[in-house]
Design a binder for this molecule. Sequence first.
Ligand SMILES: CC(C)(COP(=O)(O)OP(=O)(O)OC[C@H]1O[C@@H](n2cnc3c(N)ncnc32)[C@H](O)[C@@H]1OP(=O)(O)O)[C@@H](O)C(=O)NCCC(=O)NCCS
Length: 144
Amino acid sequence: MRKSDFDHVVEVIDHWWGGPGGTLAHPMFFYELGELATVAEEDGRIVGFLFGFISTTTGVDKTGYVHLVGIHPDFRRRAVGRLLYEQFLARCTEQGCRRLKAIATIGNDAAIRFHEGLGFVAHETEDYAGPSRKRIVFLKELTP
Ligand SMILES: CC(C)(COP(=O)(O)OP(=O)(O)OC[C@H]1O[C@@H](n2cnc3c(N)ncnc32)[C@H](O)[C@@H]1OP(=O)(O)O)[C@@H](O)C(=O)NCCC(=O)NCCS
């Protein structure tokens, strides 16, 4: 992801998301944690993005964490999300990760079906994001 791509993502994210998503695309995910951030393009047009990085948490298997993925509404169900995840997975595997992790809010059915479709196991986790802030935690074990 180049800076011009990041700028574009920030401009379209609310529309792609169907609501305010701008704060989720915090610049830190580009400047500090952006080495594995990626966009998907078709004919030079950005149709999807992924912000992800390798977690530095100790005491668990080395983990590739997907913070945020978004696909242009006109390009959904065309395996763009799958492609972005496959590329992220490949780069995490190269760097020694043993699992992938992602989070979704309760009720984001597309995100749940998407992660399940890609072989993640979903765990509904009480208080994950603070008191009464339940989240769905997706985990996928990687084979080295
Ligand atoms: C969730 C999202 C990223 C999926 O991206 P996508 O490019 O449309 O997904 P893909 O085409 O790669 O789908 C891969 C598989 O996931 C599953 N899937 C994806 N979207 C689905 C949906 N809306 N309903 C049911 N299954 C779905 C299917 O199994 C699909 O395989 P198939 O099309 O061969 O049946 C996209 O809908 C999106 O950007 N949503 C808004 C933002 C969001 O919620 N992001 C996730 C939270 S971080």
